[in-house]
Design a protein around this ligand. Structure first.
Ligand code: TYD
Length: 210
């Protein structure tokens, strides 16, 4: 029995996920919930090593298929080692990305079969689905500014340097996922003040205990 809840955050790089995850986690902790924070790829020792391979700038010859298998491998490990035990124990789990990222990046971005990715996702996650997914949307200009700052600070990885067209396809993919499952996936604009965005997210989360 999974007594806990799974909330996932999705969105293009630089959409403000980490800030909002921290704010939501603080809020849930203040209400007395037990919160477990995860990130994908990663969150386990094996997953963090897979993450290094995936994001390494030297691996510019990695095929799309290899990339998909590695993301799914990290997810399979995270699901069984951390996610399911946490949900069984009644914790509220917040994950920075989950299976929707593979549909958006490897499916819409890289052009791999959506049907195949969905079935690999089901297998990797042992059928665990998020109770709620927050898709953060940032206007193009605000996102450009945020990403430029990161690049100046030297914080970029293999996927960050993908073309603008690739990122547009990923954004469209996320929107498509949200329109297919409007109850689970909620689009939240994140260009305004971070506290305003956090308040919008809290309203969505409150639906989970109604
Ligand atoms: P990360 O540094 O965690 O980026 P972000 O802060 O944007 O979450 O790097 C993860 C990268 O991996 C990010 O560019 C999205 C990508 N990704 C996929 O392409 N497929 C996936 O299934 C997942 C989980 C992530």
């Amino acid at each position: 029995m999974l007594k806990g809840k799974l909330i996932t955050f999705e969105g293009i790089d630089g959409s403000g996920k980490s800030t909002q995850i921290t704010l939501l986690s603080d809020y849930l902790l203040s209400l007395g919930y037990r919160v477990v924070l995860l990130r994908e790829p990663g969150g386990t020792e094996i997953g963090e090593r897979i993450r290094q391979i995936l994001l390494d700038m030297r691996h510019d010859n990695m095929t799309a298929e290899t990339e998909l298998f590695l993301f799914e491998a990290a997810r399979a490990q995270l699901t069984r080692e951390v996610l399911i035990p946490a949900l069984e124990s009644g914790a509220w789990v917040i994950s920075d990305r989950f299976s929707d990222s593979s549909v958006a990046y490897q499916g819409y971005g890289r052009g791999l079969s959506l049907e195949m990715i969905r079935s690999m996702n089901t297998w990797a996650t042992a059928g665990v689905r998020p109770d709620l997914t927050i898709l953060l949307e940032l206007g193009d200009r605000a996102r450009d500014q945020r990403l430029r700052k990161r690049h100046v600070e030297g914080e970029h990885d293999r996927l960050d340097i993908e073309s603008e067209r690739f990122k547009q396809r990923v954004c469209e993919g996320f929107r498509e996922i949200a329109s297919e499952e409007p109850t689970r996936v909620v689009v939240v604009e994140s260009q305004g003040e971070k506290e305003d965005t956090a308040a919008l997210i809290r309203e969505e989360v409150k639906r989970l205990w109604q």
